[in-house]
Design a protein around this ligand. Sequence first.
Ligand SMILES: C[C@@H]1N[C@@H](C(=O)NCc2ccccc2)[C@H](O)[C@@H]1O
Length: 449
Amino acid sequence: EFKLQYGAQRTGKRTDAAMERWRGNRFGQFIHWGLYAIPGGVWNGKTYNYAAEFLKSSAKIPGSTWDSLMYQFNPKKFSAKEWARMAKRMGAKYMTITTKHHEGFCLWPSRFTEFNISRTPYGKDILKELVDAYNAEGIDVNFYYSVLDWHHPDWRYDIKSPEDSVAFRRYLDFAFNQLKELATNYPTVKAFWFDGTWDNSVKKNGWWTYEVEQMLKQVSPGAIVNSRLRADDRGARHFDSNGQLMGDYESGYERRLPDPVTDLKVTKWDWEACMTVPENQWGYHKDWSISHVKSPLELLEMLVHTTSMGGNFLLNFGPAGDGSIRPEEQRIAAEIGSWMQNNGNVIYNSGYAGWEKQDWGYFTAPSRPNTLNMVVFNLPVSGLLKVKVPAGVKISTASTGGKKLRVEEIAKNQYLVHFERKWFAMPQVIVLETGGEGKKGAQYQDAKT
Ligand SMILES: C[C@@H]1N[C@@H](C(=O)NCc2ccccc2)[C@H](O)[C@@H]1O
């Protein structure tokens, strides 16, 4: 056990109302929008296949050239209300917006840098427009903030000299002031999503990450911060040197999900997975033919998978430089939304059931006791869905769309749900009621081998 000043401030899940709301929201929309959306992965006629929000580094563009994109930022097709309505139809309960990405450009009129929205032809406070439009639709707004900042002269990747130390301290003060500005000026914001904290410079200043968490929770009571913000006294990140999760939820699942059989440890804490639609594009890229583009159904399965393991799913949208949402993303919002319309109850306020994963799909546990949801993605040719229950649990009924299905107890703590449907276009939901008595005197004799 290490004695830590800047380690985890709490063990176990937060149980306050703000965290229960964040947890119950389950499904969020990530939005990556900044100057990188203007070139969209193409520079001087050349398409760069790397993530579009890194075009500055992948195309080796000088800072002054990149920064002058600010004078072109004038999204004629931007409508915060339209974006919010689309997110509502998709069934997102929260939205996380990049206030400042690695490029350092601020979507709000920050008084701590000129490199912000007020200096663009657009001029208006995009952050305020988005917060107001999404909140008006009943969707919570969270702020993404990159500590890594390619624009700020005092940013350092490591601290190798007294000069680095002095400069980086100025940078940390700048970032602290920006964060306090964000928490103060946008009081309805619920959570802060930190990124760009993997460099040695931040790892050597774990105290600052602790101070930021404390300040945000003072300025904005109930505020939620992700584990990615935090480094402890010894530079350990996400989990402190004693193995305790820092921040309020684990944010290490980026473009990957925990395995439902081998990674069950994640069910012990709150966590969120964030996901791109292409293989690796967060900002708008003009050419999505360069990688696999996930279908609405692939993404819907990831949402259900995440809920089944007690996590939140943050699905990314990368609006174009003109403020339009590309057709692929519109279709994803519409198709996921059509399923969520009728089945959102298996996602919202639902989580890990603690039952053994089966091949046909995922269990989710609603807040209502003695009921469980089966979300079926893969129908076995037998039409028989295997369910193994924890010792002593009995299944009394199974129904889909209000229609009863035959439930057959076939061995100790094992049932088959008869689901004779031969084909379906969207995942099917079966509701299980538990309780009651199993077969009287049922003898399931273990074989002698
Ligand atoms: C949530 C995602 N995190 C950012 C990311 O992958 N940064 C890693 C990175 C930072 C700098 C150069 C290469 C790669 C992405 O741009 C997204 O914002």
